[in-house]
Design a protein around this ligand. Structure first.
Ligand code: ADP
Length: 627
């Protein structure tokens, strides 16, 4: 039993293929995690890195709180089950299961006890004297599972274990493995390319594409709130319907215009989480709706569009209707029309050629950016887009006035559309808005939607808040992001600059010579631990002390200029509650929080590494985290 933590894991094969990029997950003890994605997306590579069968290029892997990057597979306390069961053909089932225990010189009676126990769990007690060739595919896979069970591992790793079985057996083995997980109460990590398998088995699912994690979520959230168009299309059969469209906000409604100019009107409450910039009547967006969320309407209305049935599939328990948008059959081959699939009841009596009115379940509508394909209406929005109005002496956010901080003094009078990250809204007293909605996201994490006049603001809270209550809060003004045409940028909280590592031979107190290592940026040095440098050298080899890296560090303001980082002052930004020094270190622009030592008359501040905090190292060009 163990947690498995992947911390910024990368895999670059010797041939240059970057198979896995920045994989981060905290797999909790007893979880059933499934990695899913199309072939070649890096699922097996990740699993093999966890197993220790593949070196980790960069990042940290922990099993049960222990860093295992350099630990041998057999010492990781894991068991792996593969697609091809890899049973020894000349041995009986009993011998196959007992094999690894015998190798460990376990006493015979103990082996016997474990094998019988495993065989009981897997329901193969009657086959223990058979050879693998006398068994079916499903039974053989059970033997492979038995071999893993007897080792009593902390973590089970399963790589497409069912893909050699036929469809029927696969379905029953799925249930078997889910039951096995419950019985053993151990962490399971399961790889598959089959989204149905993932959805039915995983407590959480990791969807991957081309080496990148797309979304890590529960099956329900993946289905109802996909993070982008790829996840939306990959999960669910038949696939989600997608349409090109534009949206416009009309009082308390939103009007959708489809490619064929048909319009559908839905309540604005369905679009609260959608970035308002996209509801402007001209920006093209991709609309997504699952076949089960399209309903056949009894009559035409503002909330319906017409579609024409082009084919039907009666599946017994349900009927799939394939339609084209619009109410005329197009004969011109050059005109492409959006198609739409509708899932309906088996008794549906429509026929090909019928024109029907359909409506959408607006609460489960998805909207994606046409270019980036990112969801514009995420389940958990991370920012709010609101209006900031600069007046004569004050400025207004959510129509509530506060003083204009001097960092915004270059802004002309007028209205600006700005983005405010959720994390930048905290308890306070500058603003007060009514709670419109409160949703539990995870343990001790609630998404709070606050209602301003015509705008909605998102914040996260560790406690639930009652609808209608007034919430008082402050906004970290330094995090506000303006549109591109305004040259005021949000403060970057991570300080990063180009640097390198140096070795120094020093005399210690007892007169002996010792070798110490330092990170060095702009003439300032910070000693790094022997453990840090040995892991770093392990990954980077000879270049470690000659190459330059991008270092991320926590800065510390200094009393004197000793060991200060050489920098050029670009500005001192005063946001009222907080102040930052904007400085250039080498070629990088960095922001240093000087609030604790802020003095209006002071034009510069000395700072260096906070040597009690860790330093993160990235490659200069490819931005891969090394350590
Ligand atoms: P999946 O399990 O999702 O099908 P893999 O993890 O097997 O994907 O592969 C991810 C990528 O890494 C693919 O592009 C694959 O071709 C490449 N790859 C896998 N193994 C090796 C290897 N030993 N050497 C070089 N490239 C590899």
């Amino acid at each position: 039993m163990a947690d498995v933590v992947l911390n910024h894991i990368y895999k670059v094969y010797p041939n240059g293929v970057q198979a896995v990029t920045d994989f981060c997950i905290n797999i909790k003890d007893k979880e059933f995690i499934v990695f899913v994605g199309p072939s070649g997306c890096g699922k097996s590579t990740t699993l093999r890195m966890i197993a220790g069968l593949e070196d980790i290029t960069a990042g940290d892997l922990y099993i049960g709180n222990k860093l295992v990057n350099d630990i041998q597979p057999k010492e990781r306390d894991i068991a792996m089950v593969f697609q091809n069961y890899a049973l020894y053909p000349h041995m009986t089932v009993y011998e196959n299961i007992a094999f690894s225990l015998k190798n460990r010189h376990m006493p015979k009676d103990q082996i016997n006890k474990l094998v019988i126990e495993a065989a009981k769990i897997l329901d193969i007690e009657d086959y223990l004297q058979r050879k693998p060739k006398e068994m079916s595919g499903g039974q053989r896979q059970r033997v492979a599972l038995g071999r893993a069970i007897v080792r009593n591992p902390k973590v089970f790793l399963l790589d497409e274990p069912l893909s050699n079985l036929d469809a029927k057996l696969r379905a029953s083995m799925r249930t078997e493995i889910t039951k096995l997980h419950k019985k053993l109460a151990t962490t399971f990590i399961y790889v598959t390319h089959d989204q149905v398998e993932a959805m039915t088995m995983g407590t959480r699912i990791v969807v991957m594409k081309k080496g990148f994690v797309q979304q890590i979520d529960t099956p329900t959230n993946l289905y109802d709130h996909p993070i982008n168009k790829f996840v939306a299309g990959f999960i669910g059969t038949p696939q989600m319907n997608f349409f090109d469209s534009t949206l416009i906000h009309l009082q308390d409604k939103v009007e959708i215009t489809f490619e064929d100019k048909q319009k559908m009107v839905l309540p604005f409450s369905d679009f609260v989480k959608c970035d308002s910039e996209y509801i402007d009547g001209k920006t093209n967006v991709t609309l997504g709706i699952r076949p089960d969320n399209v309903k056949i309407a009894e009559k035409k209305g503002q909330d319906t569009i017409d579609v024409i049935i082009t084919s039907m599939e009666k599946l017994g328990n349900e009927t799939l209707i394939y339609c084209d948008l619009g109410n005329v059959v197009t004969t011109d081959e050059n005109v492409t029309k959006s198609s739409i699939i509708i899932k309906t009841t088996p008794d549906y009596e429509g026929k090909i050629g019928d024109i029907i009115a359909v409506k959408f379940n607006g609460a489960l509508l998805q909207i994606f950016d046409k270019e980036t394909e990112v969801s514009l209406m995420p389940y958990f929005p991370t920012y709010s887009r609101v209006t900031l109005e600069i007046g004569e002496k004050e400025m207004a956010l959510f129509d509530q006035k506060i003083a204009i901080p001097s960092a915004f003094k270059t802004l002309k009078k007028g209205k600006y559309t700005v983005k405010i990250p959720n994390d930048s809204i905290s308890d306070g007293k500058d603003f007060g808005l009514e709670c419109y909605m409160c949703e539990k996201m995870e343990e001790n994490k609630y998404l709070i939607t606050l209602k301003a006049n015509n705008e909605y603001v998102f914040a996260t809270s560790p406690v639930a808040i009652t609808k209608g209550d007034i919430v008082h809060f402050d906004v970290e003004l330094e995090d506000i992001e303006f549109n591109k045409d305004v040259s005021i940028y949000p403060v970057k909280h991570e300080v990063e600059a180009e640097g390198h590592f140096v070795k120094s031979k020093e005399k210690s107190e007892n007169g002996k010579h010792t070798v110490n290592f330092y990170a060095e940026i702009a003439s300032a040095q910070c000693r790094v631990s022997a453990n840090f440098i040995s892991r770093f050298v392990n990954i980077e080899g000879r270049r470690s002390l000659s190459a330059n890296y991008r270092l991320k560090f926590v800065p510390k303001l200094l009393e004197t200029s000793e060991n200060a980082m050489a920098h050029k002052v670009l500005d001192i930004l005063d946001y009222g509650r907080k102040q930052y020094l904007k400085a250039e270190i080498g070629k990088s622009v960095c922001y240093i929080d000087i609030t604790s030592k802020y003095d209006k008359k002071k034009k510069d501040y000395d700072f260096s590494f906070d040597d009690t905090q860790p330093i993160a190292v990235y490659t200069l060009d490819t931005n891969v985290k090394i350590i």
